[in-house]
Design a protein around this ligand. Structure first.
Ligand SMILES: Cc1cc2nc3c(=O)[nH]c(=O)nc-3n(C[C@H](O)[C@H](O)[C@H](O)COP(=O)(O)OP(=O)(O)OC[C@H]3O[C@@H](n4cnc5c(N)ncnc54)[C@H](O)[C@@H]3O)c2cc1C
Length: 392
């Protein structure tokens, strides 16, 4: 049971967004984080945890200050507890076919605005990463020279412990079943089996459960999405330092155990169809793409732990893959933060936006970018665009 029966802010969910939000708010508020499971069970805890400005890499979306805030937060947190930020460049390779696309052109233009992110042509890439990248068919790459990767569980623990040192409280194994309001303001949350905690504000950072928790107040423009990852060892083993590299629809990079993480992603119709292992289709895709991206890889792959148990959670994302961070349903004090790709990396920025909504303080970026009403939910034609056909 929580120690008190009243808090300034209750955060629902101890994933990366919930933990970072608690870390940011605990300086000024009495914060209680309620988590239905354990710290190790969220999507965040099971992510690949490559750290970069994902919103930019998705489509060249440039939101001022994001890349720098992400780097500063990880470096600063790295000095606490047993958490370590491993610096490693992130390369998004540009295929010949994509070179003239509007997305690539936008990204190359925006690169100039972001310190630490650069465009390398193919010769510069070959010179910077000799004997690692197979650059056949690529014209260049956008490189985040200050990106990195982390172990996700120590990362969550580091944020939680720092928030606790500032006075935040965490309750695990406690599911929130309802959000209480009175005359347009939040008054508290109910927990199974019916206990009530009073509070002035609620931040809903409950991942795939966020949509249903706020359904009585608003429709969230999010849809279930699978990101799955598995660790592989090469045969022959990789030589040299492998940068985190995306290209031709896959993402591959090192992890802190010395293996390579390989990934796949796709929309799904419903959360029940999240795979429990690394799907066969994904294994085939990775086996085909690895030698196309890297030299010294002739296709022999050994999946660590048989490739199982690496996609236990789906995530929910918005059509533009940038989150909704907004006060919902005209209810004072009810803030939602969900729908982002890459929220392990971007949680510190999302937390700043949540903090700004609750305190009214200015941010470097406009919060309009995260408003729910940027999508027209009243439009009968409204539907979520699919990056790929959903798999059942
Ligand atoms: C395999 C994989 C690889 C990924 N790789 C990367 C990567 O390399 N880099 C990156 O930045 N991102 C990556 N992501 C994406 C990232 O994991 C998500 O964007 C992020 O985890 C979302 O964080 P969150 O805090 O919103 O949700 P979650 O991490 O899902 O946390 C939500 C929490 O809320 C709790 N909860 C739900 N309902 C309730 C309730 N009613 N009461 C109390 N608690 C509740 C849940 O138990 C959960 O712990 C990856 C995701 C996956 C699955």
């Amino acid at each position: 049971m929580p120690q008190a029966n009243s808090y300034d802010v209750v955060v629902i969910g101890a994933g990366s967004i919930g933990c970072s939000t608690a870390d940011h708010l605990a300086d000024d508020y009495d914060v209680l984080v309620l988590e239905k499971g354990k710290l190790e069970e969220s999507a965040s805890a099971n992510a690949s945890a490559f750290i970069s400005d994902w919103w930019f890499f998705l489509e060249g979306e440039h939101i001022p200050g994001v890349a720098v805030k992400v780097r500063d937060y990880f470096e600063e947190l790295s000095a606490t507890g047993d958490f370590e930020f491993h610096a490693q460049p992130f390369i998004s390779l540009v295929d010949e076919d994509e070179a003239g696309s509007p997305e690539t052109r936008k990204m190359r233009k925006n690169v100039k605005k972001i310190p630490g992110i650069e465009y390398f042509d193919v010769d510069e890439l070959a010179e910077s990463y000799p004997d690692v990248l197979n650059l056949e068919g690529f014209v260049g790459g956008i490189v985040d020279t200050e990106a990195g990767y982390v172990k996700p569980r120590p990362y969550l623990r580091a944020m939680k412990e720092r928030a606790e040192r500032k006075g935040a409280e965490f309750e695990f194994g406690t599911e929130v079943t309802g959000i209480e309001t009175e005359t347009g303001s939040v008054t508290g949350v109910t927990m199974a089996p019916g206990d009530l905690v009073q509070c002035d504000s609620v931040v809903v950072a409950a991942g795939t459960h966020t949509e249903s928790l706020v359904a009585e107040f608003t429709d969230l423009p999010v849809q279930p999405f699978v990101i799955c990852a598995a660790a592989v060892r090469g045969d022959p083993a990789f030589s040299g330092s492998v940068p985190t590299t995306s290209g031709r629809g896959t993402l591959i990079g090192p992890n802190a155990d010395g293996d390579l993480l390989v990934g796949d992603e796709y929309w799904i119709e419903d959360l029940d169809s999240i795979p429990r292992d690394f799907p066969k289709e994904a294994q085939e895709k990775v086996a085909e793409l690895l030698p196309q991206l890297f030299t010294g890889f002739d296709g022999g792959l050994e999946y660590v732990d048989g490739g199982e148990h690496h996609c236990p959670e789906g995530i929910t994302i918005t059509p533009d893959q940038v989150p909704v961070i907004d006060e919902v349903g005209d209810v004072d004090g009810l803030v939602v933060a969900d729908g982002s790709r890459g929220a392990v990396s971007l949680a510190p920025v999302i937390a700043v936006a949540v903090q700004s909504i609750l305190t009214g303080t200015e941010t470097e970026f406009s919060l309009d970018r995260f408003a729910i009403d940027r999508f027209d939910l009243e439009d009968p034609e409204y539907d979520l665009p699919m990056i790929t056909e959903p798999r059942s």
